[in-house]
Design a protein around this ligand. Sequence first.
Ligand SMILES: [Ca+2]
Ligand SMILES: [Ca+2]
Length: 365
Amino acid sequence: MKSWKSKLVLMVIMVSFVLSTFLVGNHVHADNLGETDLTDGLPITAFTSSGSLVYNGDPRRFGPEKAFDNVWDENNEGFQTAATNDSKWISVDFGKKQVISKLRYKADVSYNYRYDMKDFVVQASNDNLVWTDQYTGTALGNNLIQEFAWQPTDAYRYWKILLKNSIGNTDIIMVAEMELIGVDTPILAAPLNLTAVAGDKKVNLSWSPVADVTNYNVKRSLSSGGPYTTIASNVTDVSYIDNAVVNGTTYYYVITALNDNSESSNSNEASATPQKINVPEPEPSGDRAILTVTLTTGLEKEFDLSIEEVNAFLEWYDARDTGTGSAKYGINKHTNNKGPFSSRKEYVVFNKILTFSIDEYSAQN
Ligand SMILES: [Ca+2]
Ligand SMILES: [Ca+2]
């Protein structure tokens, strides 16, 4: 004879068992567990399949989105593949690279699970063409929510489940509901403080760096607000010189930040209109001048020169501007000629000059 105490313990065990079966069977999904079902919130176009069952005029529809509509208890209402003997699959385009580590699945209760998913392979891809296996499993034909977890290797944008049913690969395959569980990859912050400075046949862009970035895309438009065309990618610096411009045209720029997983939204827009540098009148009013050269790096260089030296520099610049002459020019550094040098020159490179100015003065004053 069992004592009342042991009967009570037995009852508690039985109630616990029924309760836990109930929980596993019906209510254990991502929301209840603090997990993220990364398919939630995706547009309906994110889900594709090898083909779904079509009964003309049937209002239920059986498209792949029915496997991700958060309706779990289904009787002939979930996703159903086409009734063929071909290989069958359902895939999800997350729109950005995601790390998935778990599939949660529930069968459709119809037909005694004959047509439900049994053997399956989870695959991942970044180009929707080449797929690598992530997990191979076998689902059971029952009414419980089933979980399949794996150690993720990498982030991928496209995830696919290749399915077979319990009768091989024939006829339809049914899925009531699925979740693809992972940690949502954060989107990179957009670059800030983009500035565009016009030069002669060039625009100098610079912006503030973004954390966790691998490279930047430079995008350009002839209209404010876009649409923008990417003119440079894989830019790793926080500046860029656009030499593919025409003087007198206004260009509008934005920058995006990228890493392995995502591309940020656009930075602020900055615009610039490249112009030919106005060369001063050749007739000198003074006999000396301060030549100030602004480089594309933003650095300014000052040279105290005779008018003859300034005119020689202008001749070189004009010639180089029309495509002739040396790429660099040596400027005499009179005032800094210290040490045992017979002459001391600083060379400026044409492509590095953003702009320059000439301030003439008279040495007698
Ligand atoms: Ca869901
Ligand atoms: Ca469903």
